[in-house]
Design a protein around this ligand. Structure first.
Ligand SMILES: Cc1cc2nc3c(=O)[nH]c(=O)nc-3n(C[C@H](O)[C@H](O)[C@H](O)COP(=O)(O)OP(=O)(O)OC[C@H]3O[C@@H](n4cnc5c(N)ncnc54)[C@H](O)[C@@H]3O)c2cc1C
Length: 303
C-alpha cells in the first residue's frame, strides 16, 4: 500500500457514515433479511447461487450470540420457503468462539440441525490467526454430529498446507473454501508478498483438487481464476467437485466470465444492521474506493 493510500485508510473512520454507506452499497445487500433474499433471487435468476452472511463480528457477552443465531435461523427458513439456492456463512466469533467454546458448538449445532432439516449447508468463515486453531477444533467437534458444514483456509498462512492435509485425512467428505485471507497477520506466520500468496494459493488449490477435495475457489484474482480454469480443464474435473466464489459487488464482469464458461459460482451476500464495520473493512481493502470516499468528504463536489 503506498503512502497516499495508507493516509486515506487511516482517515477513513473520519468519513461520515452516510458517505461510507453510499460507497459500500454495492457490497452489501441491505440492512434487512428481505434485502438479502431479493439479492439472492436476482443472483439465482442469473444462474448463480449464494451464501448469506448476517453482518456482525466479535461479541463481548455470550448472550449477544443469540440474536445472530436467531437471524441465521430466520434466513435458513426463508431460503427454504422461497426455494432459493443459497446456504449460510457464519463467523465463529459472532457465535462466541472466543468467549465460550461449548456455547459456540451449541450455537452452530442449532444452525446445523435446522440446515439439515432443509437439506442446507453452513460454512464456518475463518477469521484472524488468533482464532484458527479453535475454529478447526470447532469444525472437528461439529463433524461428530453433522456433515453439512465446511471450513475456510487462508493461502497467506504458512500452516495451511498442514491443516489441509491433516483435516482432509481425518474427515470424510472434507469440504473447504480457499481464499487468500483478509486479516493483517505477522510475517512470522504468514506470507506477506503478493506473488508468494498467489503461488501458495495455486499450490493449495492443486493439492486439493488432485486429492478429490470439494473446493470453494474464492477469489477475484483473474490470474488465479485462469489457473483454476486450466487445472479443471486439464484434470477434466466434474462440476460436482468444485465451485467458484466471489463477494457481492466485486468484479461482476469476471463473475460473468466464470458463469458463461459453465462453472458453478456462489456469491457471498452480506446483510444486516451492522453494515458499517463490514463496509469500512471492505473499503480498507480497496483504497481506490476509499480514495473516492475521502474526496467526497474533503473536496466539495470531489466525486
Ligand atoms: C466468497 C469469499 C469468501 C471469503 N471468506 C473469507 C474468510 O472466511 N476469511 C478470510 O480471511 N477471507 C475471506 N475472503 C476474503 C479473501 O481472503 C480476500 O481477502 C479477498 O477475496 C481478496 O483477495 P483476492 O483473491 O480476490 O485477490 P486480490 O488480489 O486481493 O484481488 C483481485 C482483484 O479483485 C478486486 N477486489 C478484491 N477484493 C475486493 C473488494 N473487497 N472490494 C473491491 N474490489 C476487490 C481488486 O480490484 C483486485 O485487483 C473471502 C473472499 C471471498 C471471495
Amino acid at each position: 500500500m503506498n503512502l497516499l493510500n495508507k493516509a486515506i485508510v487511516t482517515a477513513l473512520p473520519l468519513a461520515p457514515k452516510p458517505i461510507v454507506g453510499y460507497f459500500s452499497r454495492r457490497y452489501i445487500a441491505g440492512s434487512k433479511l428481505q434485502n438479502a433474499l431479493d439479492e439472492v433471487k436476482r443472483l439465482n435468476d442469473e444462474g448463480m447461487c449464494a451464501t448469506v452472511d448476517v453482518l456482525g463480528e466479535s461479541i463481548n457477552r455470550t448472550e449477544e450470540a443469540d440474536e445472530a443465531v436467531n437471524q441465521y435461523l430466520k434466513a435458513l427458513e426463508a431460503i427454504d420457503q422461497y426455494k432459493l439456492d443459497a446456504n449460510i456463512s457464519v463467523k465463529p466469533t459472532q457465535l462466541a468462539l472466543m468467549l465460550n467454546f461449548d456455547k459456540c458448538v451449541l450455537n452452530y449445532s442449532k444452525l446445523l440441525e435446522t440446515a439439515a432439516e432443509f437439506n442446507n449447508f453452513v460454512r464456518i468463515d475463518m477469521e484472524d490467526s488468533s482464532t484458527t486453531s479453535r475454529t478447526i477444533g470447532l469444525y472437528l467437534e461439529l463433524r461428530k454430529n453433522f456433515d453439512n458444514t465446511g471450513v475456510v483456509f487462508q493461502a497467506y498462512l504458512r500452516r495451511t498446507y498442514s491443516d489441509l492435509t491433516n483435516l482432509s485425512s481425518k474427515v470424510k467428505g472434507f469440504n473447504f473454501r480457499l481464499c487468500k485471507g483478509i486479516y493483517i497477520e505477522p510475517r512470522t506466520i504468514a506470507w506477506k508478498h503478493y506473488d508468494i500468496v498467489r503461488e501458495n494459493y495455486k499450490f493449495l488449490l492443486k493439492e486439493a483438487l488432485n486429492n478429490g477435495i470439494y473446493t470453494g475457489i474464492a477469489t477475484h484474482d483473474e490470474y488465479l481464476v485462469h489457473c483454476a480454469f486450466s487445472l479443471i480443464e486439464k484434470m477434466n474435473l466434474p462440476k460436482e467437485r468444485y465451485e467458484f466464489q466471489m463477494l457481492l459487488g466485486v468484479d461482476t464482469r469476471l463473475r460473468k466470465i466464470i458463469v458463461d464458461a459453465g462453472h458453478k459460482l456462489r456469491v457471498y451476500v452480506p446483510f444486516g444492521e451492522q453494515w458499517y464495520a463490514y463496509s469500512t473493512r471492505r473499503l480498507k481493502e480497496n483504497p481506490q474506493i476509499a480514495g473516492h470516499v475521502m474526496k467526497a468528504v474533503f473536496q466539495p463536489g470531489g466525486r
